[in-house]
Ligand binder design. Sequence first.
Ligand code: MCN
Length: 827
Amino acid sequence: MSIDSIDPDEVDAADILGSAIERREDPALITGDAEYTDDIQRQDMVHMAICRSQHGHATLEDVDTSEAEAMDGVVGVYTHDDLHREDTPGGGSYSLPVGWLLDSLRQVDHPILANDRVRYQGDAIAVVVAEDRYLAHDAVEAVDVDYERLDAVTDPADALEEDAAELHDDAENNVAFDWEIGDAERTEEAFESAPHTASIDLENQLLIPNAMEPRAAVADYSPGTDELDVFMTSQNPHLHRLLMSGVIGHPEHKLRIKAPEVGGGFGSKIHHYADEALVAWVAKHLERPVKWTATRTETYKTDAQGRGHRTTADLAMDEDGEIVGLRVDTTANLGAYLSTFAPAVPTYLYGTLLSGQYDIPAIHCSVTGAFTNVPPVDAYRGAGRPEASFVIERLAKLGAEEMDMDPAEFRRRNFVPEDAFPYETQVAVVYDSGDYEKTLDEALEMADYESFRERQEQAREDGRYLGVGFSCYIEACGLAPSELAGQLGAQAGLWESSLVRFHPSGTVTAFCGTSGHGQGHATTYAQIVANELGIPYEDVEVVEGDTDEIPHGMGTYGSRSAAVGGSSLVKSSQKLVDKAREIAAHQLEADPADIEFEGGEFRVAGAPDRSIGIKAVAQQSYLAHDMPEDMEPGLEATSFYDPDNFVFPFGTHVAVVEVDPKSGEIEFEQYVAVDDVGNQINPKIVEGQVHGGVAQGVGQALYEGAEYDSNAQLLTGSMQDYAVPKAMHIPEMETGSTVTESPHNPLGVKGVGEAGTIAAPQAVVNAVTDALEPFGVDHVEMPMTAERIWNAVDGRTEPETEMSAAAADGGTADSEVDGADDTGGDS
Ligand code: MCN
């Protein structure tokens, strides 16, 4: 079941918002016409390559660059000592900033080229600049680095052990922060008196984002004007401009960041890395254009990774199966240094979402952030919210089992009721709107759950193991508002800005400070603006991703673009219409209060024949021959939109699987996704986002995981070793939706960009453990490889089988299942 996309020519202008029109950006992407950063060529351009640490943890005894420097075609080789900055007070080194602070945060220095120590395999040590790319890479091989290896640690829980190798002098025991939320005392009381509890120990494994396009940058400096243009794979050019201007000490207004076409990011292109800053520095230093494009191996070793939690969590229930308490203790891997927004991810984007769809009267969550010898860990699609959803939805399954209740009914009993919105959780957020039963009911129907248990029973008798898994997820997105973000530690505002400009000939350019990189903004933003202005969709062009063209912006992440950027476009369009109304009133010799606007026409109320179209008004505004008194010519409007709250999309995903206990293989029988993202601007794009998100969630559940050896050497450093799922690994998805508008923005939308990734992992793990219930397996760590499944069931006999065997022997069955424990496998 899939939504058909529609040719925009076949859609009435009045229906453009909400239509599943085809993505206008696709032809250029499909035909190869689109320009990515690596496509950019400049005369006299040189190429940069980076000498990176081969070790996970070592001191740098010596870095000898002489051989590399002597190579023909090498233009320069630079190390930490070359980057000494005399223009900062005290003359410091170039270091990367942290964009989110917590009270207990131990800030550690993160130099863009390592000084005397490397802390993860891939830490940058030196840059080589050469006349061509291959030469630059060859010259990197000629840099002679003398290391003294140190003990390494990659697991966050191990990092906190007293005898663990310590990464930073300023972070004793590798503790980056201690953070908590909720009411510890009340939660303990709830547990003390609760007749039922369910518990889980789990790992939410480290993931490597896999954008199709590796990170890249081209920098071009004009000494005459001191202007520095940086083209780079960015999800947020204005933020990158701000951060980079601080890192390399170049004035913000003379720094231009432009994101050409960006081939996916999934969070990994939000952060400010050393590499892009180095490209900019080198371009300025050499006064020549410079290009750097990461190899796939560099991407695996240096892109910020995601998740990386170890968690113990307990749920307390009363006699009726109502949840009375939730207790969560997490150790979060932050990697070797603090990445740009890292402190926010395992705290405010995690702890605040633990209540899930449930009305839980007492919650407490504590999180310890740990430094380890892996690349910095930061936002990866979902960023904290998948981890939270995984914890509560795994516990919901175990809670239902403890209560001997149907898992769907257990959830229904505990849902925040429809009439309780806005609903304030015990973990500091207020859900905007919701109707959780509606998505559950639709998903149950689509999955034909009513007949499932019978089929499952039947299959078990035939020696086949089917399982169903539910995920009733919630997430917070549309990241905003600025005041709250500031109170929580953000060093940036979370508003969005846009400019809508009518051209004299009647076409429109809509500029927005978000920066899409695959989400289809050129299509959906044009739908929004065309709808507001009542003009044809084809007449609206969308521009994003260039600090020189767009007034300002905060970028694309946290599924914020529709809710915040889209709303900003509504606001700008409405301002523009307000001005146009005054011009129209003047032209029609009427009072502006008597002018109605619909379908692109201004009409005098009660005199429909007296009208003027908005395009004619635009033309008049530029002619400026006959304007209202004191009105400036031109027709454009800018706005900065800062919403009141996050938006909270939700939904129910249901996975139905068959597990072969003999081989450990898992087959999907069905995957149902019912999501509520408020009003949909474009249902086809929404569906595509759900598909992509679920694919990544299934990837986490079954295939993906960054693995390191005891020296912090990455074992999964290529696509051969890190299993990104292919099309054949992804289940056929049946998607459905309900609509519960958000009251917090004029479009009534909620975000969708991360929903599938947040929902899918626990649906799959719950399904697999449901299938393996006869074997007493109630948890398998992700990724649930065939080996892990096989290890989980190996040697365990299904109770019925054993009972019957015992009965046949005339003896008593001594169930091996009793002794079964959870397994993380040992793959
Ligand atoms: N949309 C809609 N109706 C809604 C909500 C959204 O039609 N009710 C549309 C939007 O207009 C937009 C798309 O759906 O075209 C996604 O919107 P939104 O949920 O606002 O998310 P963002 O545009 O802010 O995108 C960010 C989000 C995140 S955080 C990650 S990670 C992610 C994702 O989007 N990375 C992606 N989707 C991705 N898709 C691609 N192809 N590549 C990535 O790197």
